[in-house]
Design a protein. Structure first.
Length: 318
């Protein structure tokens, strides 16, 4: 008869590394539910990203026979950086993005502050100001294209009728005025989004603090800077980042209204990529541009996630 001595050994559990792998293993059943969605995302997002990165290292013929492509390494990237068009398009993109983002945010914030007060007709005015945002971007582009028309545009007709101009100005047909004219259209369409975001943020400002600051003798600017703005700083950051990403990747307004012209004066990155790919069929160079654009937008996404994480930590501490 065999005599067992000592304690029986407990069954060994599979060793799982700490950190991300440990959390993944603990929630493996949850991931099984979203596995179909992950598979779809890999097909429609991950593979196109991979193929674009791969194509950026090849020279493609001026046709649709991509199987005839030749490997050129980083020549597409160096050609982009050496091209004078790249710097023109980059300058246009920066002016377009910064100008549209800042003015849209400031105008939307000002409208939000005005609508935050109670007055007669506030709901009607709020509905009117939201109209530019809900209008289709395509429809708005064609409407503004006719408004800016040098022969039949209403702005030119009004200026000539009032004697402020001898002839209708060329808003979108002139190299010097086309980009500012497009920025005006973009601001008109985007500021309602900033207004809605900031109106939501203003709801978090305690009325007790504003009344206390007013009792202590703080003027309107001091109440805004020391009470209102600290409570809406995080939502302001998120709004600016969302506007910047949307503007940097904006396509409809500049493409429909001008197509990048005249003389590349209104070309921004996304419209230039479209023209290279589908107009000139230079798939390799367009893919290299797309990779650079993807990296820039990923950097915006990083700061966006950090801003959201900061909001969550602030809410948890409170």
């Amino acid at each position: 008869m065999t005599i067992l001595t000592g304690k029986a050994e407990a069954p060994r559990r599979p060793r799982v590394r700490s950190g991300v792998l440990r959390k993944t293993w603990e929630h493996r059943a949850d991931y099984a539910y979203v596995l179909p969605a992950i598979a779809v995302m890999l097909i429609v997002i991950a593979y196109p990203i991979y193929y674009t990165i791969e194509l950026s290292f090849f020279n493609t013929p001026p046709g649709l026979q991509l199987r005839d492509k030749t490997f050129v390494g980083i020549d597409n990237y160096t050609a982009i950086l050496k091209s004078p068009v790249f710097w023109t398009v980059t300058s246009n993109t920066l002016i377009w993005t910064i100008g549209s983002t800042l003015v849209s945010f400031v105008l939307g914030f000002a409208c939000a502050l005005a609508l935050h007060r109670d007055f007669a007709g506030r709901a009607i005015l709020r509905a009117i100001l939201i109209i530019p945002w809900v209008i289709s971007a395509v429809a708005a582009s064609y409407i503004w294209k006719w408004i800016y028309h040098s022969d039949f545009g209403i702005i030119g007709a009004v200026l000539v009728g009032l004697g402020l101009a001898d002839r209708p100005p060329n808003f979108i047909d002139s190299v010097s005025t086309v980009l500012p004219s497009l920025i005006v259209v973009n601001i008109w369409r985007e500021f309602p989004f900033a207004m809605i975001m900031m109106m939501a943020g203003l709801q978090t400002v305690p009325d007790q603090l504003l009344r206390a600051a007013k009792v202590d003798g703080a003027n309107a600017w001091q109440r805004f800077w020391h009470v209102t703005f600290p409570h809406v700083r995080n939502v302001s950051t998120v709004t600016i980042l969302l506007l910047a990403v949307a503007n940097f990747n904006s396509f409809i307004i500049p493409w429909i209204m001008t197509g990048g012209g005249p003389s590349n004066a209104s070309h921004i990155w996304i419209t230039h990529i479209y023209e290279l790919a589908f107009g000139r069929q230079r798939w390799g160079v367009a893919s290299a541009y797309s990779v650079l654009l993807f990296l820039i937008l990923m950097s915006f996404g990083y700061f966006y996630v950090r801003a959201l994480s900061g909001n969550e930590r602030k809410d948890a501490s409170e």
